[in-house]
Design a protein. Structure first.
Length: 143
């Protein structure tokens, strides 16, 4: 079992305040602001961490899925786009996550690859967190 810890703090009001995100292992230790989260300003926001988490999880999970089928991967690259927008019920929510997956998997058929992709889309631990969110996957084999 893996147990992970992170902290976040915020000082000031929403638009002019500043925050700080840090993981206990120390690999992430960075400030964030309203601008970096909502306005495209330089820096990081919580949704960047969601994007990184699901990209990493998906790449590992599909690699495991394919190895379990006897077709280990040479390489998997996953790029995620996490969309944060207004929630119709009020506030904000992650409305969609789009993944672009490119994989080199010797000896696999397109059909088997797409089946593994779907199993990973519903089985990846981070994807399960966002079960109520639209999760689109564009997966292609690279020859």
């Amino acid at each position: 079992m893996s147990v992970n810890h992170a902290t976040a703090s915020w000082e000031g009001d929403l638009k002019s305040g500043t925050g700080h995100i840090k993981t206990e292992r120390g690999s992430i230790d960075t400030p964030f602001t309203f601008g970096s989260r909502f306005e495209g300003s330089p820096g990081i926001g919580p949704e960047d961490l969601v994007a990184a988490a699901i990209s990493g999880c998906f790449s590992m999970a599909i690699s495991n899925e394919l190895a379990g089928q006897g077709t280990p991967v040479t390489r998997v690259d996953t790029r995620s786009t996490v969309t944060l927008g207004p929630d119709p019920a009020g506030g904000f929510h992650i409305s969609s996550i789009d993944l672009v997956v490119r994989a080199t998997v010797p000896g696999i058929s397109e059909e088997s690859f797409q089946k593994a992709t779907e199993a990973t889309r519903t089985g990846c631990p981070i994807a399960k967190l966002y079960a109520g969110t639209t999760l689109n996957v564009d997966a292609q084999l690279i020859s």
